[in-house]
Design a protein around this ligand. Structure first.
Ligand code: PEP
Ligand code: MN
Length: 356
C-alpha cells in the first residue's frame, strides 16, 4: 500500500518537474524577447531595479513551505541563467564571433603571399624597440635569413615608468621603414593615439595596439577606418570577452583585418612576467575567426624559457608567434631580460621548423 503511495507521489513530482522545466524555458524565451526590445531601445539588459521588484513580488506572494531566503536564492539563479543566455546570444551576433567551424579571417599582405591566419604559422619578430639603424639592420638581416616578413619597428614605447626609454619617435619609424625595405619585410609598429594615424601611414604596414590601449575605443574606431591590418593585444587585466569586444570596435568600424596577440595574463606568479594562458588561445580559436598570435616575450619576461614556450604556442593551434630579438639583449634600451640573441632566435626557428 505505502509502496503504491510512494510511486504515486514520485509520479506527481515527475509531472511537476516537467511543468517547471517548461515554465523555465518559456520564461527564458520571454526574457530573450525583452532583450531584443531593450536592444532596439538601446538600453542595458541588466536592470537591478527590475530584479529587486521581481524578488519583492515573490516574497509577498510566497506561501511556503520554502522561506523567502530560499525562494530568493532560487530565483536569483534563474535570473542569472537568463542573463547568461542573453549574453551568449548577444555575443553570437558580434562580427568577430566564429559562426561556423571553418570560418577564418586571413590577412593577406600586399605581396599576395604573406598571409596570417591561413593555417601557416606566422612569425612577427624584431627588437622590442628601434634604437639605431645599425641595431635594426643587424636584426633584420637575421630575420630575413629565416624568411621572416613581419618585423617589429617599435618607435613609441609605453613604458611603466616615465623615466624609462620612451622610443625614438618618428625618427625610429623612418629607420624601421628603411630597413624593412632593404630586406623586403613589412613594418609592424605600436600606435599610441589616433592623431598619429596619418604620420604612421607613411612608414607602417601593420598598426599595433598595445595592451595599455586595448580599451581605447576612440583609437580602435579610428583604426576601423584604415585599410591596413591592425594587431590588437589583450589588456593588462582584460577578460577574453572584453578582448573580443575591443576587436569588435575595429571590425564594426569597417576594418576586418584584425590579428589578436595574446601576451599572457597577470597572476600571482613572480618567476615569469605574466602567465602564458594556453587555455585562452584554445578558447579564442573556438570563439573567433580572427588569427591569434602568441607573444612569448611579454608572457614570459625571460629568454631562457623561450623554446618550450614557443613549442607550446605552436602546439596550441595558434596562428603565429611574436618574439623579441636583439643583437645584444643585455644592453637593450627596453625588455633586456626577455629579448633573444640572434643565435637563440635561430635555435627557436630550428625548433619550430622541426615541429612542422
Ligand atoms: C610590445 O609588444 O611591444 C609591448 C609593448 O607589449 P605590451 O603592449 O603587451 O606591453
Ligand atoms: Mn617589449
Amino acid at each position: 500500500m505505502s509502496q503504491d503511495r510512494l510511486q504515486a507521489l514520485r509520479s506527481e513530482v515527475d509531472v511537476i518537474n516537467l511543468q517547471i522545466l517548461e515554465l523555465l524555458n518559456k520564461r527564458a524565451t520571454v526574457v530573450s524577447e525583452i532583450g531584443q526590445v531593450q536592444q532596439q531601445l538601446g538600453v542595458s539588459f541588466y536592470d537591478p531595479q527590475r530584479e529587486s521588484f521581481m524578488l519583492t513580488m515573490l516574497e509577498q506572494n510566497n506561501k511556503g513551505p520554502f522561506s523567502n531566503e530560499v525562494i530568493k536564492a532560487l530565483f536569483r539563479e534563474v535570473f542569472r541563467a537568463s542573463m547568461a543566455l542573453e549574453e551568449k546570444e548577444s555575443r553570437a551576433k558580434i562580427l568577430v564571433q566564429r559562426k561556423t567551424p571553418d570560418q577564418r579571417t586571413v590577412i593577406t599582405m600586399p605581396d599576395g603571399v604573406t598571409r596570417i591566419g591561413d593555417g601557416n604559422f606566422s612569425m612577427i619578430t624584431g627588437s622590442c624597440a628601434v634604437e639605431s639603424y645599425e641595431q635594426m639592420d643587424t636584426v633584420a638581416a637575421a630575420l630575413a635569413e629565416r624568411g621572416v616578413k613581419l618585423m617589429r619597428g617599435m618607435a613609441y614605447k609605453p613604458r611603466t615608468s616615465p623615466y624609462d626609454y620612451q622610443g625614438m619617435g618618428e625618427e625610429g619609424l623612418k629607420i624601421a621603414r628603411q630597413v624593412a625595405n632593404k630586406y623586403g619585410m613589412y613594418v609592424v609598429s605600436e600606435i599610441m593615439d589616433k592623431s598619429q594615424i596619418e604620420m604612421f601611414s607613411d612608414y607602417v604596414d601593420i598598426f599595433w595596439v598595445g595592451a595599455r590601449n586595448m580599451q581605447n575605443s576612440f583609437l580602435l574606431k579610428a583604426l576601423g577606418k584604415i585599410r591596413q591590418p591592425v594587431i590588437l593585444k589583450n589588456g593588462l587585466a582584460s577578460t577574453l570577452e572584453e578582448f573580443l569586444y575591443a576587436a569588435e570596435y575595429i571590425v564594426s568600424s569597417g576594418n576586418p583585418n584584425v590579428i589578436l596577440v595574446t601576451r599572457g595574463i597577470r597572476t600571482f606568479e613572480k618567476w615569469t612576467r605574466n602567465t602564458l594562458d594556453l587555455g585562452a588561445i584554445a578558447v579564442l580559436k573556438l570563439e573567433t575567426h580572427l588569427p591569434i598570435v602568441v607573444d612569448i616575450s611579454h608572457s614570459a619576461g625571460r629568454r631562457d624559457i623561450a623554446l618550450p614556450m614557443a613549442r607550446a604556442a605552436k602546439a596550441s593551434g595558434a596562428d603565429g608567434l611574436m618574439v623579441e630579438v636583439h643583437p645584444n639583449p643585455p644592453v637593450a634600451m627596453s625588455d633586456a631580460k626577455q629579448q633573444l640573441t640572434i643565435p637563440q632566435f635561430n635555435e627557436l626557428m630550428d625548433t619550430l621548423e622541426k615541429m612542422a
